[in-house]
Ligand binder design. Structure first.
Ligand code: FMN
Ligand code: SF4
Ligand code: SF4
Length: 269
């Protein structure tokens, strides 16, 4: 089983590739979180591998992944192989340790953690912007090779390989101090708005994985407070660049995975 969360499609691309390689079904964490039951229960075949694929947000797992793991219940195989595969712009800090700890709370253990560098989509702080086109193309070009090495490691049960996970410098400071601040404060703050460029297409509301965006009677989007997880799908997918976040996004670039552009509806599955 492949559980994924994605904002701008990088993690979905990885999850889809894994789904083809291992012949495993894709399960959207965002869709599962909408279910009303406290426990989210999944039955595993004996020997079935489980993958968690998601973006790194502020040197930790995207918030919905942690919410999901707190409700996750696997039935069947008592000791399943569970692999964490995070996509990041540069580095993951102690994301792997946070996933390991969350699994331990559910009585599960992490078999291995991997990361893949993909184009950066974070643009909401000074000094952060999407990658230059050549860097974006290089990362997209190298992603299949990175994924191949990870698949090889999984298939040969090599477990975590230091070269297939990018921790980066001062991970403790970033993951233990900055991530909790992001998880608690940044996601509550919500300064998105639509400009007059908006053509009322409704795509932002459809793409939002948390149901934060609704459409007003005049077709314009509005953002509810308290549920946004800053995945940035809305701002990057808007076809006419009509979404901004305060003033900080005005001069920043936009990005989403190019394959998702070919068929946007794909992202919704
Ligand atoms: C809120 C937020 C925080 C991020 N923090 C990090 C980070 O700490 N380290 C990093 O390398 N990339 C970071 N990124 C970049 C994403 O991890 C990266 O672009 C990822 O591949 C996006 O995946 P997606 O397209 O599936 O959403 C961040 C992105 C967002 C939106
Ligand atoms: S995606 Fe952009 S153009 Fe479409 S409704 Fe949202 S803000 Fe308007
Ligand atoms: S409002 Fe935008 S950034 Fe927030 S969760 Fe929805 S799509 Fe993601």
């Amino acid at each position: 089983m492949i559980f994924y969360f994605t904002g701008t499609g990088n993690s979905l691309w990885v999850a889809k590739e894994l789904s083809i390689i291992f012949g495993e079904p894709l399960i959207s964490i965002a869709d599962e979180l909408r279910k009303e039951t406290r426990e989210l229960v999944y039955s595993l075949e004996n020997g079935e591998s489980v993958f968690l694929v998601y973006p790194v947000h502020s040197w930790g797992p995207a918030v919905p992944v942690m919410q999901f793991l707190s409700r996750w219940h696997l039935k069947g195989d008592k000791n399943p192989s569970i692999y964490s595969l995070s996509t990041c712009g540069d580095e993951c800090g102690h994301t792997d340790k946070m996933i390991r700890k969350a699994l331990r709370r559910r009585g599960l253990s992490l078999s291995a953690a991997y990361s893949i560098q993909m184009p950066n989509n974070y643009i909401l702080l000074p000094g952060f912007d999407v990658d230059k086109k050549e860097v974006e193309n290089r990362k997209l070009g190298q992603a299949p090779q990175q994924l191949k090495a990870i698949v090889e490691s999984v298939k040969t049960h090599a477990n975590s390989r230091a070269d297939l996970y990018v921790r980066g410098p001062i991970p403790f400071l970033k993951s233990r101090l900055v991530y909790p601040l992001f998880a608690r404060l940044a996601i509550q703050k919500n300064a998105f708005y639509a400009t007059d460029n908006c053509i009322d297409c409704g795509l932002c509301a459809t793409m939002c994985p948390t149901g934060t965006i609704s459409l007003r009677a005049d077709g314009r989007p509005q953002w509810a407070k308290g549920s946004c997880v800053q995945c940035l799908a809305c701002i990057h997918y808007c076809p006419v660049r009509a979404i901004e976040y305060g003033k900080i996004s005005l001069k920043k670039g936009r990005y989403h995975h190019p394959e998702m552009k070919k068929n946007r509806l794909d992202v919704l599955k």
